[in-house]
Design a protein around this ligand. Sequence first.
Ligand SMILES: [Zn+2]
Length: 466
Amino acid sequence: MATYAYDLVLKNGRVIDPEHEMDSVLDVGVKDGRIAAVQASISGTKAREIIDLEGYLVFPGVIDSHVHVGKNRGIGYRMTAAAGVTTLVDFGSSMEEFAEEFAQRGVGQNAGSLYSINRDLSSRDAGRSEIERLVDEALAAGSLGIKIVGGHHPLTPETTSTIIDVANDRGCYIAFHLGTTETGSHIEGVREVPALVGDNRLHVAHVNSYCRGMIDTPAEEALEAASVLHGLKGQVVSESYLDTINGTGGRCFDGKPVSHVTRICLTMKDYPPTTDGLRQAIADGYGHVRVQRGGRMVLITGGEAVEIWEERDTEVSMSFPVNSPQATFICATACGPDDEFIVDAISTDGGAIPRNVAVERGMALVRYGALSLSQLAEKLSAAGADMFGLTSKGHLGEGADADVTVIDPQTGTAHMTVASGRIIMLDGVVFPTEGRMITTECGAKTVKEAGFACEIADLQNSRLYR
Ligand SMILES: [Zn+2]
């Protein structure tokens, strides 16, 4: 039996790796799931499989720092793999739901999850001991940390601060969809962050979504958000996405949508924030209902969408075209006086929400001259690896995990996704294999006992906590 120096060699691609200041045409050799060599030429006889990537861009694997692939959303794994994502963090599942979907519908990526604490709190002003119990249970079960869903189901400022403090105390990941009972999922939610975070650390989710022009113009709000976040550098990390649609819920109770965000979306276009208002907004083509078609999630609107929403007793996922392209552009590109990005990463807040456009829209920003290729790789990969303490990801140095995203510069889309040295997507076709679950020391035992290959995030050395 022949032995090979490499399992896979990616030849002749233009390798972009900001961490190693690399931008040249090189060969990348992969062995046992790791990068074994990056050099001018690797001889063909040494490799089990060789792929010629002349004319393509070779990026460190895209890390989507904010997706939704939890319960009934497992189809998001395929959708993200098709979009070039090698590593993703689910923002808001219980570990039980997350593990079940990962086992059944994962396609070979690295994935971790944040536990959405809101749904299990007994009230919106729950006390510290209850919060501590929920956080400890989530970590023991394997969650990477906690997500506060303030925007949709706001908690009091006191409870929100306490959750942030407990998470910091435990050293776990802590992300916040801004908004409390005193503010909302808009720029006032951003203004509230310094007081809520105190001396703690925090991940501010989807910065662009607070800049929809509710209070000032979208551009003014985006610049203000950038200014607040710049003032919190070293304490707060953040991401933003590049699509105009949001993600919310259509469920109504007692004559009105349950989600605060859905009610805001209605008010923005002068619909009453009621069940009838939502019905009209869907009928008019403003509210979009998410349905599964042809192996992926798509958005539909109008009469057909109203029927589905009613058939399912309003229990549908929804999107509204409410994100401002101006604000989105500012969040993706703004730098401080030190030339460092103010918003750390480009995410999608996608997964099963059909907006996995980080590569495609990021490449559009490159074409426009708003980002260099190296800056795009920083925003799509290196930043995410650093935020979550994934030290062997986000770059293509020897010994790094062999997570690679190959981008076609002509179309600006992902051509190939390689996770742990295995090709899991080529030209939109996904080849599922076993993935790795990202967890903390607290959850490693449970994750391993459940039979998953696992990777421990070094959160104490992450950008969040360093
Ligand atoms: Zn989200």
